[in-house]
Design a protein around this ligand. Structure first.
Ligand code: FES
Length: 507
């Protein structure tokens, strides 16, 4: 028998199979983040084994202090489950209420349907955002966000596709559907309404997330020629999609390619007019991948960079998403590290904007050189209540990510036969948009220096588009038009991409 303790809840389980603690927890219905999918390299799958704690391995000595090792903290992917173990997990994730988000300037109210509520969902690989919107007042009544529960299978879309092969698409589908249902019910409770008052559900997300949500096998998305058999706009009855008692229609955004998904279509749908007014204009979405759209003379080209999720905190030793307690701003004042956290909560890790600050500040005080080499070992941001460090490996992750994005922008500009300097405006979307220090993003080379003064952060553009669709009578035509207008460029087949990518690696 294995005992699992989470908050005040203690449950007992039989363990019969030979499997890792991580796999056991997953199968028992617990969510443990596993960015590296169990390769013992990310350090995210931490648990505390109170009894029958196994001997720590060398890797674990890198991820835990000796006190933590003593207290039984271990990587759940590094040990086999065995009877007699008592495992303590972090408290269940709570929903984050969001209050700060940007919406497009205007949208037409559908007068015929101006009663009840709609729900807008941005289904991200890392974070899911759900908003409850009053159709009568056109106001966003409540918004919450939470970690995508599929994160326990890995942080990027490839690891989710792998997991769907191993465990079946249905397992991943049920995980996310269940969490979305619970999220919507939580919103109804917050707003004191009943779920059948919701008549419209709009969902945007990247191609893999939308495949998994609809129960499609995503294998084709991971192998050349990266076919997308299910890229069209889709509609379902909420009663069959979510739950028998629910009413209304579920609408799923169309996608452009395997790696430019409904989230980008949604961002363009939300901010397309503004892009059009300031052409040549670029939309950069810094999510788990970096997608870029360049609009010039009313033509749109787009590309996806394999930037990875470093700016969402994944792959960074003390990295976390933009949640309460995440260090979001950092400044080095002499020898002192000055930082702030989201909600002024105790620091629990560092999120994307903080990561960019650390690197930019490290360059400023010459702790990090032009090649990305760090002098004097790891940077300690705080010791208590939790040690938060920034390592040499973290800098390498940032270099890979920022070089992919910067090179992507340059290649698209060349394709459109313009120089980067001719780009009139750069719209930066992403969950951490509102905290991003643009000057620092320029210092580290994430965005071209010449565009710092012409850049604007627009927050979660995919979510904004989903909200807009709740009020648009012609959403289907409008979305289809965007999808057809936007030509996809495969960066890996662009001859110049690799050279520029390598050049952009330094600071
Ligand atoms: S270290 Fe265990 S999942 Fe990454």
């Amino acid at each position: 028998m294995v005992e699992i303790i989470q908050g005040n809840v203690v449950k007992k389980f039989h363990c019969e199979k030979k499997q890792s603690v991580l796999e056991f927890l997953r199968e028992s219905g617990y969510m443990v983040s596993a960015v590296c999918s169990g390769n013992q390299t990310c350090g995210k799958c931490k648990v505390q084994i109170l009894e029958e704690s196994p001997m720590p391995n060398d890797r674990e000595h890198q991820f835990f202090s000796s006190r933590e090792i003593e207290e039984g903290h271990r990587l759940s992917c590094a040990h086999q489950i065995r009877s007699g173990m008592r495992i303590k997990l972090e408290e269940n994730q709570t929903y984050q209420s969001l209050t700060n988000f940007e919406l497009p300037n205007s949208f037409e109210l559908d007068k015929k349907n101006s009663k009840g509520y709609g729900v807008a969902i941005d289904l991200g690989t890392t974070t899911v955002v759900i908003g409850l919107v009053s159709r009568r007042t056109k106001e966003i009544a409540q918004v919450i966000s939470f970690l995508n529960p599929q994160s326990s299978f890995g942080s990027d879309v490839i690891s989710r596709i792998e997991a769907s092969k191993q465990y079946g698409v249905e397992v991943l589908r049920e995980l996310i559907l269940d969490e979305i249902r619970k999220g919507i019910e939580a919103l109804c409770e917050l707003e004191k309404i009943r779920v059948f008052e919701i008549t419209d559900f709009v969902i945007s997300g990247n191609t893999t997330m939308l495949y998994l949500l609809q129960g499609y096998d995503p294998r084709e998305l991971a192998v050349a020629p990266f076919r997308v058999s299910h890229s069209e706009y889709a509609e379902y009855d909420a009663s069959t999609f979510f739950s028998k008692k629910w009413r209304g229609t579920v609408r799923i955004f169309p996608c452009i390619s395997a790696y430019v998904g409904g989230d980008i279509v949604s961002g363009l749908y939300a901010f397309g007019e503004e892009l059009e007014e300031s052409q040549p204009a670029c939309l950069l979405d810094l999510g788990t991948n970096g997608e870029i759209v360049l609009m010039n003379q009313n033509e749109m080209i787009c590309a996806a960079t394999a930037a990875g999720p470093a700016f969402e905190g994944a792959g960074i030793q003390s990295g976390i998403g933009g949640i309460s307690g995440a260090i979001d701003k950092v400044r080095f004042d002499g020898k002192e590290v000055v930082y702030s956290t989201i909600d002024q909560a105790d620091p629990i890790g560092i999120c994307g904007s903080g990561i960019i600050d650390v690197v930019a500040e490290g360059i400023r005080i010459e702790r990090i050189d032009k090649t990305g080499r760090m002098a004097k070992g790891d940077l300690c941001l705080c010791e208590e209540p939790k040690q938060i460090v920034f390592t040499q490996k973290d800098i390498r992750e940032v270099q890979l990510a920022k070089a992919a994005i910067a090179a992507g922008i340059k290649v698209l500009a060349a394709h459109a036969e313009i120089t980067v300097d001719q780009i009139e405006s750069l719209f930066i979307a992403g969950g951490f948009g509102q905290y991003l220090n643009l000057q620092h993003a320029g210092t580290i080379g994430l965005i071209p220096k010449e565009l710092i003064g012409r850049s604007r952060t627009i927050g979660n553009a995919s979510f904004a588009g989903a909200v807009k669709a709740l009020f648009d009578l012609n959403y289907e035509e409008n979305l289809e038009e965007i999808r057809e207008k936007c030509a996809y460029i495969e960066l890996s087949s662009e001859k110049t991409f690799n050279g520029i990518y390598i050049q952009e690696m330094g600071f």
